[in-house]
Write a protein that binds this ligand. Sequence first.
Ligand code: GLC
Length: 733
Amino acid sequence: MNKMKIFCWLFLLCISQNLLAKDNRDRPLYKEASAPVEKRIDDLLSRMTLEEKVYQLNQYTAGRNNNINNVGEVEKVPAEIGSLIYFGSDSQLRNKLQRKAMEESRLGIPILFGYDVIHGFRTIYPISLGQACSWSPELVKKSCAVAAQEARRSGLDWTFSPMIDVARDGRWGRASEGYGEDPYTNAVFCVASVEGYQGGDMSNNQKIAACLKHYVGYGASEGGRDYVATEISRATLWNTYMPPYEAGVKAGAATLMSAFNDISGVPATSNHYTLTDVLKERWKHDGFVVSDWCAVEQLIPQGVAATKKEAALKSFMAGVEMDMLDNCYLKYLPELVNEGKVPVEKVDDAVKRVLRIKFRLGLFENPYTPESSEKERFLLPENLKTVENLAEESMVLLKNENKTLPLSQTSRIALIGPMAMDKENLLGAWFAHGEAQDVVSIYEGVQAEFKKSEVLYAKGCDFEGNDTTGFAEAFRVARKADIVLLCLGEKRKWSGENASRSTLALPHIQEKLVLELKKLGKPIVLLFSNGRPLELCRIEPAGSAIVELWQPGVMGGKAIAGILSGRVNPSGKLSMTFPYSTGQIPIYYSMRQSARPNQGKYQDIPNVPLYEFAYGLSYTTFQYGDLKANQTTLKRGDKLVLEIPVTNVGDRDGAETVHWFVSDPSCSISRPIKELKYFEKQVLKAGETKVFRFEVDLMRDFGYFDESGTRFLESGDYYISVKDKKLKVELTD
Ligand code: GLC
């Protein structure tokens, strides 16, 4: 009997092994998780029809928004679509759409779900312009990891972030979305963001693919108006706008987004030089480029295409792999291939790039998002702490006369202004699924921080308009107080996309409230929440102290309260210059030297900014010692190590960022007065001295790009400056 049993078991085992082997033999290679990605891509591509390939190069929308392109209902979305902009905040609709792709399409290629997770998904943290003022890449990386975790668990695989457009004109609403006026700063925070979003392995279900945008030169939009042309020389393209993208590509960014702007006559979305010569051939980027929203079709108003078909041809042949929303590729690529105008090999290369990212995200093995409750994935305590820290470190103390701040715990505080109780505007533009209810307002933060104080409140006025009827109550409250915290700033819609403003000044009603309150003779602390540098020349004198909050996100009120009470020592420094007035624009720290440095100035205003790049105060004082170099005469290949001791001579601990600038006053091309090449932030205890060190890479830090993007390092004198310290080194041949 036993023998019979054994025989039966062996027989069944043999059958099952054969079936398994047959199944594996029939199972296509691209579905084999253990196979190399490139082999899986080739196998899958070999099975695809032209129509299926073209679908992979298209992106629709799905979910809550009412965009005309929104084909949100499941039945309307083709099962073969390559990507969707997903407006949902949970995984249900995503999984429904994905199931359609996996089960109803012939090959079961998963959809890639993207969205604008710019500074948080639901746990919103400071806008990028503020993040850069923290000079804390690690903290930004952690915050991006929080955003990735919430986004992936809510149905997304891909974010259209980081935005790394160097911006020097605050009239441009999108300056809020990038890391300020400096190329190196944008590069450092770009890398931190990419690492935070993608981590080392994008198939991790807490990570998402990044997207460097808007490639390239969008921040040079003339007059700060959005969507307009930009005039950028090749040398400026390489020395100013390209460095953050090169850094991001080297950091492994999965995708890029082509920009709306025209680059000196060639739109970014049909620019073969930037999209293919540089990005693919020189930098060897192996991911893909998605166009910005309808940017392919917009080649028509930009004057380089007469029809959508021509726009599709120009954009695709230039090197944009995926078409966002305007269906130009879907409608015309097959025709263009059949007409021989688009080589099928180029379509294949584009599809391979899209599939590569899908495989790296693990979507073939895990196409669906595990269900989770909002409580399980949003606003987790440890994540709130992270974004609170970033908000604290992003805020900049701009003025503090006679140590007005920090406030004593027993003050009678008058909290006045349209931002005092406001929640939604602290979220800033591009707030994804952030909700005003999640935000700690300034009023709530101050109430909680100053338990022994009496906190009075009056709105005083709206953000804009001419209604001064609230002034009387504001004066009444102010008269009763020891100190006035005047909370002003911008609505979140005043910055971000399509949000250009002709002036950096706040609306007159807000300035009027400041100047009227000043007449009462009470000390005033000006608190600003805004998405761009402000024109403060008329109201700055009224503030005994001034703090720039930026749009700090959900923990903003608690962060500023900590600074006001002294629980937090402010450490932020500006990532973008605050001009004296709008008329000074363009004004930024790394301008080129004038032919007549002491002439040619405005006759009617000062010719220095109100607050310069990298400016910011602390509650303690840092004393800089002598700047030293291991050698001051160098030859190529030598190692240059610079050091400077910094001492906290105050009576409380504090964090200090040391900015290292390089100048090359005599070169084949005229170079900026100085350029930031390194920064480092460290905490110094009261009385402590730390040595800050910069190891110079001569080509990287002293060199420059010529118009071909070739780096040059010339012999001659170079100057390194830190604060008011300056050191000359000579590079011999
Ligand atoms: C917008 C923006 C871009 C965004 C995209 C998708 O027009 O320019 O930054 O990522 O469309 O929303």
